[in-house]
Design a protein around this ligand. Structure first.
Ligand code: NAG
Ligand code: NAG
Length: 350
């Protein structure tokens, strides 16, 4: 078994899939194992950074993200002012890692947008209780939800070959501005016939998917996050959904406290009565903010206020041999006109 898979398997045993480890000992073992997984994946990606192909890939990522930011600014009328041509100077969207490196408002856009500071996503196996299968392959997953517009750019890299991973089906799902999930019948959630904040995209030749959505809100007990799952060799159905395939990765992406606070101060987020959990209070995110590892999504403000929108981006390293199918435990299956609840998931045992 490849090292990453072995470590991840161990991780899954220690943590289970749905619950937090209970005893202090379990917790310690879980965190230690996870640190090893992170260190391994990070090393793998760092090795990649030096190959000519990876450099070319990075150049394209920079160009794509810059062009996207320009395009969105034009679309939302945020670049009318000539003086705003120096738009990237307004981009104080410095992630944890970027701030740590001392980047500031004068950091060139090329540096800011490059993907090699972002490392592998924590290869965790926590799918959570609200994964819904059968979601549509579509890029705009807003479904009319109110909130801060967010454009998501995730790039998937094979940590063995350092090449992008094309043709992966990427599921993402997140709650709305008030912390409510679509697609599930659990009390207080959006119901089986809703799909906001959920969708699937296929990675292109550069391993990239892009989604338009709103920045997620929060709910009791968890730090703000977006779930992401990568499925390889899936069958795309004529009706724009997919089935089958092998799950290569299940994870959650996190955001800087600064951007969360900025968004949470706006409508309708500020009306959410649930207490907010910070990244450091969140058990799953808690051990991540080290100088060695930055699991946080990079962000860039498109305008001067959060309400002008955000570009969010992250490069994610995947083990192409991983198989998490046992951990793909949907709460429901979406069908047009309403979904169906699925039986309670088994514990994921890898
Ligand atoms: C990315 O890596 C290159 C080469 O290793 C380095 O020159 C550059 O500064 C890095 N980018 C960032 C944003 O750290
Ligand atoms: C797509 O087809 C599958 C298989 O026939 C079906 O279960 C699902 O409800 C359909 N989904 C949509 C969105 O039409």
């Amino acid at each position: 078994m490849p090292l990453a898979t072995t470590l991840v398997a161990l991780l899954a045993c220690v943590a289970g899939v749905l619950g937090h480890p209970s005893s202090e000992e379990d917790k310690k073992a879980y965190l230690e194992t996870r640190s090893r997984v992170i260190a391994h994946t990070r090393r793998s990606l760092e090795r990649c950074a030096d190959s000519p192909e990876a450099r070319a890939l990075e150049e394209r990522a920079v160009a794509r993200r810059m062009a996207k930011a320009e395009e969105l600014r034009a679309k939302y009328g945020l670049n009318k002012d000539k003086r705003d041509r120096q738009w990237f100077q307004h981009y104080n969207g410095l992630s944890h890692d970027m701030s740590y490196k001392g980047y500031n408002l004068n950091t060139p856009a090329k540096t800011l947008f490059s993907s090699n500071t972002t490392c592998a996503l924590v290869p965790e196996t926590i799918i959570g209780p609200y994964y819904v299968e059968g979601e549509l392959i579509r890029s705009d997953i807003t479904d009319g939800q109110k909130g801060v517009r967010a454009h998501v750019d995730y790039q998937f890299i094979n940590i063995r070959t350092c090449k992008p991973m094309p043709d992966l089906l990427i599921d993402i799902w997140h709650c709305n501005a008030l912390g409510v999930y679509s697609g599930v019948s659990a009390p207080g959630q959006g119901g089986l016939d809703t799909t906001y904040g959920r969708g699937v995209q296929k990675t292109d030749a550069d391993g990239v998917v892009q989604f338009d959505t709103i920045f997620p809100g929060h709910y009791e007990g968890r730090a703000t996050h977006i779930h992401v799952m990568s499925t390889d060799h899936a069958r795309v159905l004529p009706n724009g959904t997919f089935e089958g395939g092998t799950v290569r990765h299940i994870g959650q992406t996190y955001f800087d406290e600064s951007v969360i606070k900025a968004v949470e101060a706006t409508e309708p987020y500020r009306r959410n009565p649930a207490r907010r959990t910070t990244n450091l209070q969140d058990f799953f995110a808690g051990d991540q903010a080290t100088p060695q590892y930055d699991p946080f999504v990079k962000h860039v403000y498109l305008g001067k206020k959060p309400q002008d929108g955000l570009l969010l981006f992250l490069s994610i390293g995947l083990d192409p041999d991983a198989d998490y199918n046992e951990c793909r435990t949907p709460a429901a299956h979406w069908h047009p006109g309403g979904g169906e609840d699925l039986p309670d998931p088994q514990f994921c045992n890898m």
